[in-house]
Design a protein around this ligand. Structure first.
Ligand SMILES: [Zn+2]
Length: 130
């Protein structure tokens, strides 16, 4: 353990981007295993090398900047995925509409027939079947 600590001193280590790369690597390994596309091994190897390169890198500033870039890109995607999950979870009890005016997403209980919806964001009114 002491050797490892000394070895890692001044090196970057792991971050969210590396975890995402590793996860992608694992997914690719499974895909390769299912499809038997052996050429994917090249990408998997490249991913793993990239992971290790970033972990053991001494250029902490550059690695930090890469991770910040990744988090900026990933943030909106993860919000989207989270929203999709919520929508899927209450698909039986609620319907989702987009306000035609401001594109705000609205959540309405199902089974109320035709209803007049007022957007809480811009107060635009529109009629939808729930
Ligand atoms: Zn609106």
């Amino acid at each position: 353990m002491d050797f490892l600590r000394r070895f890692m001193a001044g090196r970057y280590g792991s971050d969210q981007l590396n975890k995402a790369l590793l996860l992608l690597g694992i997914i690719l390994i499974v895909v390769e295993w299912i499809t038997r596309w052996q050429w994917m091994g090249v990408f998997i190897l490249a991913l793993l090398i990239l992971c290790y390169f970033r972990m053991f890198s001494r250029n902490i500033q550059a690695r930090y900047a890469e991770n910040q870039w990744f988090l900026r890109k990933w943030g909106p995607i993860s919000v989207r995925l989270h929203n999709m999950k919520l929508r899927f979870q209450d698909r039986k009890t609620h319907r989702y509409y987009k306000c035609p005016q401001c594109k705000q997403r609205l959540r309405v209980p199902r089974g109320r027939g035709k209803i007049n919806i007022t957007c809480p964001h811009c107060h635009h009114q529109f009629i939808r079947k729930s």
